[in-house]
Design a protein around this ligand. Sequence first.
Ligand SMILES: Cc1ncc(COP(=O)(O)O)c(C=O)c1O
Length: 402
Amino acid sequence: MGSQISWESRFARRAARITSSTIRELLKMAQQPGMITFSGGLPAPELFPAEAMAQASARLLREKANQALQYSTTEGYPALREWVAARLPGTQPDQVLMVSGSQQALDLLGKIFIDVGSPVAVESPTYMGALSAFNPYEPEYLSIAMDEEGMIPEALEAVLQRGPRFVYALPTFQNPSGRLMSLERRRKLVELADKYSVPIVEDDAYAELYYSDQKLPTLYSLDQQMRGGGEGNVIYLSTFSKTLAPGLRVAYAAGPRAVIHKLVQAKQGADLHTGSLNQMLVYEMVKYGLEEQLSKIRQTYTARRDVMLEALAQHLPKGIVWNQPKGGMFIWVQLPQGMDAVSLFKKALEQKVTFVPGQPFHADGSGHNTLRLSFSNAEPELIREGIRRLGRAAEEEMELVR
Ligand SMILES: Cc1ncc(COP(=O)(O)O)c(C=O)c1O
């Protein structure tokens, strides 16, 4: 009999930075019958345009199987790249790379920009999945303090002066906080990034999920405007996960050709290309516009957000505060100082309701008294009941810390 390999000792050094957070372990415990979950950033499945997709896939497989089922180019399905480019100011199709979820773009960006110890600027809080994507490349995070209007300019400038490889920004309905960066702050960020020659990675997954008339320009377009066109400083990421279906794993990166070219090379080594059938299916779904689908999503999520806000006001004890997001999928909750969201999470599990404790969204380890609630996935009745349960858990937890 051979001896058992000690696998931990065989892993590369970077594997030590690939861990599943305690939060993910906690969330696994939450998969029980009767649980109401506000933890995942999951779209409402009843809004998936499944019937239209069934017909479009059948058509593609009947009429274009040779292309849909064949290996393809790394850059992506040309018609879809053209569609994307036409929607971005001053952008040609060769500046667009289709990726297997924006999560892949984050990984590839980490691969091409981050050396061990490279400074990388992130908002505080920021998208936990981006930290997971960057971590194996061993960056040193520089956290930028935020308020309800986004990154605070003084904090931002202090970080930019330290020469990060890039600043990772989520200006529109940020995951996790739901915050919308103000126009003035957007302009400031674009100007400062230009002044210090720091690239911006703009992750814009929620742009179409706005629930008021206020639609602000992207950093990508402001940067273009400032330069009067041409290639800029911003690498723009977006995805079809929140507007069509996340299971398709179709998203894109757009930006300067030199960056896109390097990303293409990195993607070749990762997965050769994003699924051809899925890209072609996305194109079939978007080519005549997505307005009907988007308006259904906006209506449903607006109603769910409102129900959750109302229930929070009704059931959460005094001292706990939250924001009123104008779009996206999340509400950000702040507990009183000294009250711990993980501890509340355990109480919430007993009441059969879940959320995501906020600390893992903070690269600097802060945020113990914060948490994220997702309102997109649960029906209104369940939202009311779930927040009632959360209120009970919060009362109990507050008794303990008093
Ligand atoms: C801000 C942000 N970026 C990226 C992603 C990953 O999206 P995708 O499904 O395109 O990989 C998510 C998913 O929740 C997200 O919230």
